[in-house]
Design a protein around this ligand. Structure first.
Ligand SMILES: Cc1ncc(C[n+]2csc(CCOP(=O)(O)OP(=O)(O)O)c2C)c(N)n1
Ligand SMILES: [Mg+2]
Length: 331
């Protein structure tokens, strides 16, 4: 079983049948399994990144929205209906399988991917700046087991998504639509307003938070105990990366100066924390999550860190290399 990012909340990270996500906010195990499976069953998903879906047509798709059937990949059987009763009816008819070869292979790939995630999240790797993966992992490991996790858009989505070890009882939400940078703070406020008892954590980039900074004051005004983790890489990280992926050196304007987000939180009458020391990261995250009201954790992260992609093709790697050389020689 694998999932899109939106579906990650459904199963716990330590569930053995869960082999991870598909596509850029996923891993190799899930991405390969989709390509190599004889039959793909798509349940309630309108996953738009068609390059990661099979073209062979051996797909069963179940969705309440008829318009989603066959929209992203050719399907052999489309079922317009709800997932739960459909799956129940299907399972009754399926014989129990004993051959676990496909699952074994997927689990091996998943174990290798997980080891890579653990290595990159190790705070000991930090130089003068913390790695964003370490921040995401520390927050994940300290989050309430039923927390609501909101993610804004950017490289921050990749850190928050890939390094999260979800419990299966947490909720994962965000806009997940195009042109949605900056929506996270409002979404987090809304989620907290619906349930004041539940922990709400927002992962947001410095660009995304700065775009709608005033929304933090809404949290203060309405006493919404939202916990904001801001990943400060001094720039529009994903845009920078996309430019490099196209072979272009990052243009002036993809970077910008930042305010002191922890001081800003205090100026708003909330609490502010700064994470710049890897040794203190875990303790700072714990303290930040424990305060009763709204709070910001300003994490100074290494801007040079590149997200883990399940499959980067040779052309992409070459263009990235060219961009890096052009940045070095200043052209
Ligand atoms: C409203 C809006 N404007 C612009 C974009 C294009 N965009 C996608 S990711 C991104 C960078 C976001 O930067 P930041 O919030 O600092 O996160 P980072 O990528 O650095 O982690 C931008 C500008 C968008 N998706 N939505
Ligand atoms: Mg940024």
């Amino acid at each position: 079983m694998l999932h899109t990012y939106r579906g990650k909340e459904i199963m716990a990270y330590d569930e053995p049948y869960w082999i991870g996500g598909v596509g850029l906010i996923g891993g190799t195990a899930g991405t390969d399994a989709v390509q190599q499976a004889e039959l793909l069953v798509m349940l309630g998903t309108d996953y738009p990144y068609v390059d990661f879906l099979p073209k062979h047509g051996n797909v069963i798709q179940v969705d309440e929205r008829a318009l989603a059937i066959g929209r992203r990949a050719p399907v052999k059987l489309g079922v317009v209906g709800s997932v739960r009763p459909t799956i129940r009816a299907l399972l009754e008819r399926l014989p129990q399988r004993t051959d676990t070869a496909f699952l074994d292979r997927a689990q091996e790939r998943r174990a290798a991917w997980d080891r890579m995630l653990d290595e990159r999240a190790d705070p000991a790797r930090a130089g003068d700046k913390i790695h964003p993966q370490a921040v995401a992992r520390a927050v994940s490991d300290r989050a309430a087991t039923d927390a609501i996790l909101v993610t804004d858009t950017g490289e921050v989505t990749l850190w928050a998504a890939n390094w999260l070890r979800q419990t299966g009882r947490q909720r994962i939400t965000g806009s997940f639509n195009n042109a949605a940078v900056g929506t996270g703070m409002g979404i987090a406020n809304g989620a907290q307003l619906l349930d004041r008892q539940r922990q709400v954590i927002l992962h947001v980039g410095d660009g995304g938070l700065t775009m709608l900074l005033g929304e933090f004051m809404t949290a203060v005004e309405h006493e919404l105990a939202v916990k904001v983790v801001v990943y400060d890489n001094s720039g529009w990280g994903l845009v920078h990366l996309e430019m490099e992926g196209a072979g272009l050196p990052a243009a002036k304007g993809t970077g910008f100066p930042n305010l002191d987000f922890a001081a800003f939180a205090r100026a708003c009458g909330a609490q502010g924390f700064t994470a710049r020391d890897a040794d203190a990261l875990d303790a700072t995250v714990a303290e930040f999550l424990a305060v009763p009201g709204p709070a910001i954790l300003h994490a100074l992260v290494d801007p040079a860190e590149v997200p883990a992609m399940p499959h980067v093709d040779a052309k992409q790697a070459l263009r990235f290399g060219i961009a890096k050389v052009r940045e070095l020689i200043g052209r």
